[in-house]
Design a protein around this ligand. Sequence first.
Ligand SMILES: C[S@@+](CC[C@H](N)C(=O)[O-])C[C@H]1O[C@@H](n2cnc3c(N)ncnc32)[C@H](O)[C@@H]1O
Length: 183
Amino acid sequence: MQPLDRLRPGTVGRAGGRVLELGVGTGLNLPHYDADVHLHGVEPDPHMLKRAQQRAARLGRQVELHQVGAEALPFPDAHFDVVVATFVFCTIPDAQAAAAEALRVLRPGGRLLFAEHVRADAALFASVQRLVDPLWQRLSGGCSLVRDPVALLAEAGAVDLQVRPREGAWSVLPVITGSARRS
Ligand SMILES: C[S@@+](CC[C@H](N)C(=O)[O-])C[C@H]1O[C@@H](n2cnc3c(N)ncnc32)[C@H](O)[C@@H]1O
């Protein structure tokens, strides 16, 4: 299991009701949802989407997948109980728009559950991140090491932001998990 994969069950397993996952990728979170979750996922990359569809079929997991970016979600306001985002705010080109959209489609009081790698606090690691970020982005499909998803969500109007102590603080890949609410 990849180190980041350890965080999936604790993040996704808390989702219930009508759930939207942003940037589902190849569907690595799919095994961790409760069976009675009514799941939608968005993913703009057709190759990733196909792999997610194949994984869902193998798992016998019902999921409605949409080939679209998270910056303009094709859902009405307040449509979901929960929005899930794992390792995706690092990659979405307009992450601020995606955060605003995630909150728009959440019902009032609904929760956004996230696991994300973030900008380092420690000056040394923050410098290394800034240095390698351009190359990292080119090699990893646009993923940036230096984003701050908590600030993004706060700026988009999320409330009750709860962030667990970061893991890997002394590395170039510190990771946070947490939740936020729509007011
Ligand atoms: C690092 S992968 C993470 C995939 C998945 N969330 C996971 O936890 O395994 C980042 C994903 O973001 C997707 N992505 C890129 N641009 C996006 C956008 N505008 N909206 C939503 N997802 C996007 C990529 O195609 C990729 O699947």
